[in-house]
Design a protein around this ligand. Structure first.
Ligand code: HEC
Ligand SMILES: [Cu+2]
Length: 368
């Protein structure tokens, strides 16, 4: 060996880069613990982190808000409790054996149990039994989450794109209400999501509403759940899908039934017609520059399918798949240079002048 590293010496040597007073950090005590004890701190820290609640960790699944999510969390808790029970039992027996049969001067050698058939059988059968106990609810939940939706379920087609979400609500008259990145549903009514993808494999996941499931091109997967509490729930694409995968977020708005009806009725109407002359210029500029990719119902922007529908864009709380607040400043910044916010974003920088951007932003902000 060319260079020998001496861990203890290295650790003790004065570190030029360490900030002054770093010896007083709360971790100092931990650092002083012997190795084995130091390791035991890690799970405790993780545990403390896990108790943060939904305010600190909005992507938590430990606070379920739908029947689906509740079933999953229940199953997780069962396995947690069983695991902790097994841990206490095994480490308890281990501690007892270590103390009881420790070496003492003159003590006889303990009896050797190697190859004891009864013991071997016991520690094979006990885990098998535990696994069977976990398997029963697991299989039941797998089947219960694959059941057909009830006839009055709200069906929504979820089409994943690099790197945004399209939501389509099939309506009674053969119409479709289409929106993006923010999906709205009513509390207490079963929702049936039909998942697919326009390009690569993505994965739909709103943890408080249930487990993740794949969006696969040319295939339809289903998620069926009933939301139990109104609110806004955060979601995220859960399958690596290219450069901006981590910026492919979504929000799920769970409304009261009346709130949802109001939202849907508004979404089904065509875009607000501009009256002001500046807004009319904004609308024309938008149609000229953006209609290749964006549809705005009720205008001449009717054919572009590469980007999100903008018909009621001003109602969205966020833009670019949940990564920016929807306000004039962010909207202008986004149009000026989408890739600055989302590496690889499939919306080009159109090289518009500041004036043009100003008109377009003003128009988009009227699209309630
Ligand atoms: C070549 C296609 C294309 C053109 C042209 C285009 N966009 Fe986009 N646009 C997209 C795509 C794709 C996205 C989704 C980007 C993402 O979130 O990853 C997008 C996203 C957006 C969003 C965010 C929508 C949301 O709900 O998150 C807005 C707003 C927007 N575009 C406005 C415009 C405007 C205004 C123009 C014209 C000046 C324009 N776009 C031109 C493709 C295009
Ligand atoms: Cu994705």
């Amino acid at each position: 060996m060319k260079s020998r590293v001496e861990p203890t010496r290295l650790r003790r040597s004065p570190n030029a880069e360490a900030p002054r007073g770093s010896g007083r950090s709360p971790f100092r005590k931990i650092r002083r613990l012997p190795g084995a004890w130091r390791l035991s701190v890690l799970p405790l820290l993780l545990l403390a982190g896990a108790c943060g609640g939904v305010d600190r960790f909005p992507m938590t699944w430990t606070e379920p808000r739908s029947d689906f999510a509740r079933e999953l969390w229940g199953l997780q808790q069962l396995t947690n409790y069983l695991g902790v029970g097994v841990g206490i039992l095994v480490f308890g027996i281990l501690a007892y054996i270590v103390v009881r049969f420790r070496w003492r001067p003159g003590a006889p050698e303990p009896s050797q149990v190697h190859g004891n058939t009864r013991m071997e059988l016991a520690w094979m059968l006990a885990p098998a039994l535990l696994l069977a106990v976990i398997a029963v609810p697991t299989v039941r939940i797998i089947f219960s989450t694959q059941e057909d939706p009830p006839p009055d379920a709200l069906t929504i087609d979820v089409i994943a794109h690099q790197w945004w979400w399209e939501f389509r609500y099939p309506m009674a008259e053969g119409d479709t209400v289409i929106t993006a990145n923010e999906v709205h549903i009513p509390v207490g009514r079963t929702v049936h999501l039909r998942l697919t993808s326009a390009d690569v494999v993505h994965n739909f996941w709103v943890p408080q509403m249930g487990g993740k499931r794949y969006n696969i091109p040319n295939r339809i997967n289903h998620i069926i759940f009933t939301p139990e509490e109104t609110g806004v729930y955060l979601g995220q694409c859960a399958e690596f899908c290219g450069e901006s995968h981590a910026l492919m977020k979504k929000r799920m708005f769970v409304h009261t039934p009346e709130g949802f009806d109001e939202w849907l009725r508004n979404e089904a109407s065509p875009a607000v017609e501009p009256t002001d002359s500046a807004l009319i210029i904004g609308q024309q500029l938008t149609i000229q520059n953006c209609a290749a990719c964006h549809i705005i119902e009720g205008t001449d922007a009717q054919f572009g399918r590469a980007g999100p529908y903008l018909t009621h864009f001003a109602r969205r709380r966020t833009l670019a798949a949940g990564i920016l607040d929807n306000n004039a400043q962010n909207l202008a910044d986004w149009i000026r240079d989408p890739q600055a916010f989302k590496p690889g974003a499939l919306m080009p920088n159109l090289g518009l002048s500041e004036d043009e951007i100003g008109y377009i932003v003003a128009y988009l902000q009227t699209l309630y």
